[in-house]
Design a protein around this ligand. Structure first.
Ligand SMILES: Cc1ncc(COP(=O)(O)O)c(C=O)c1O
Length: 387
């Protein structure tokens, strides 16, 4: 049964009305937010572009190169190679594919990677697809990888390690591994280092000193010699619309580990996992980055950090305890029955998530969250706990 245009749009509107809206401030557990308004116009302009066949969309491909260069600039790399892809999952799988292919080229039959328990579940998908072996070092009291354990593990001559993955802004708590020290170890032992900064990549470079904890190491980018690749997602704190994930490599030399022949396309090789892919994420990231600039992102990050501290203050007033002092704009509040609390909160319209590595509720203070939402949420949480 066909519909006319008005009927189609009216029907779709009804479905859309069932969705939560960022501006209502009820989405407290997501790492996505309302995209910057300019991306609406950009999406329309780049609506039909396909970077899967870049020779047909030369302007959009040029934009992608420029975006990778712009992101490289704030990650301390003047000469990066990379792509804007569907998200952090694809970026991490792409990094693991590179690591596996480098290992195979060296004649190894298996690929062993050290990565933290706090790593995003996208790495589990990669493990399953590529039959990778993972080593999980214990976590420190700060929920970061124990560097001493990594050192001992590498130095034990029985162990061959292909790569280390470290996290700059882990999904559950926002912690940053001690990547400076890990990079030294990786460099000394000639080991590939991938950094998952899917969330932190658009936060840490713009974090004002006043929000930084003493004696905490925030370094994570290409200024550290061993870092070969970084996942960094514009569709999280970059304010680009979905889909816009990012993978950056230190230089073009990594491309050969990803390329497959693509004989029927205008470019005879393709390095991305996904073939047909929209240019909307690329163009929007370009536009939002040009519009906001460093100052704009600093202001956004500062507002989110301000709200992070506000939530912690409010939560403490009501007797709730944060698991750690905030590193980024993510708060974990201790809870003995987090799933139960989370489901009860959902019944009254508040959507938080829970941590796996510690009994806690997890709240991400994205740009759509305002202080009035925080007040409402803490009151709802308190009344749930009283009943
Ligand atoms: C650290 C980290 N890496 C990767 C991802 C996966 O990103 P996406 O959902 O865009 O695939 C996330 C998502 O939250 C994340 O927090």
């Amino acid at each position: 049964m066909t519909m006319n245009e008005k009927e189609v749009l009216d029907a779709l509107k009804k479905y859309r009305e069932m969705d939560l809206k960022y501006e209502d401030g009820r989405i407290l557990g997501s790492m996505c937010t309302k995209p910057h308004p300019i991306s609406r116009k950009i999406s329309e302009m780049f609506f039909e572009t396909n970077l899967g066949d870049p020779g047909l969309f030369k302007g959009t491909k040029k934009l992608e190169n420029e975006v990778i260069q712009m992101m490289g600039n704030f990650l301390n790399n003047n000469n990066p190679f990379g792509c804007i892809i569907s998200g952090g999952t694809e970026a991490n799988i792409t990094a693991m594919r590179t690591i596996k292919n480098i290992s195979r080229k060296k004649g190894n039959k298996s690929t062993t990677v050290i990565l933290p328990e706090t790593a995003h579940f996208s790495f589990e998908k990669a493990r399953e697809m590529m039959d990778l072996q993972y080593i999980n070092p214990p976590l420190t009291n700060y929920y970061t990888m124990d560097v001493k354990y990594i050192k001992d593990y590498i130095e034990d001559s029985k162990n061959r390690i292909d790569a280390i993955v470290s996290i700059a802004g882990c999904t559950e708590l926002g912690t940053i591994d001690n990547i400076k020290e890990i990079s030294k170890l990786a460099e000394e032992n000639n080991i590939y280092l991938h950094v998952d900064a899917a969330f932190g990549g658009f936060v840490i470079p713009f974090l004002e000193d006043k929000y930084k904890l003493d004696n905490y190491n925030y370094e994570f980018d290409f200024s550290l010699n061993a870092v070969s690749s970084i996942t960094i997602d514009p569709h999280k704190m970059g304010l680009a619309p979905i889909p816009a994930g990012g993978i950056l490599f230190r230089d073009i030399s990594f491309k050969k580990y990803l390329d497959v022949e693509a004989p029927y396309l205008t470019d005879t090789h393709q390095s991305t996992l996904i073939g047909t892919r929209t240019g909307i994420g690329v163009a929007s990231t370009w536009g939002v980055m040009k519009l906001l600039g460093e100052e704009g992102y600093k202001n956004i990050v500062s507002e989110c950090m301000d709200n992070t501290y506000y939530l912690i203050k409010k939560a403490k007033e009501y007797g709730f305890k944060p698991v750690i002092d905030p590193i980024l704009n993510i708060v974990a509040l201790r809870d003995e029955t987090p799933l139960k609390t989370c489901l009860k909160l959902r019944e009254v319209g508040w959507y938080v998530s829970i941590c796996k590595c510690v009994g806690a509720l997890r709240i991400v203070l994205m740009p759509h969250i305002q202080k009035e939402h925080i007040d409402g949420f803490v009151e709802a949480l308190s009344s749930i706990k009283k009943n």
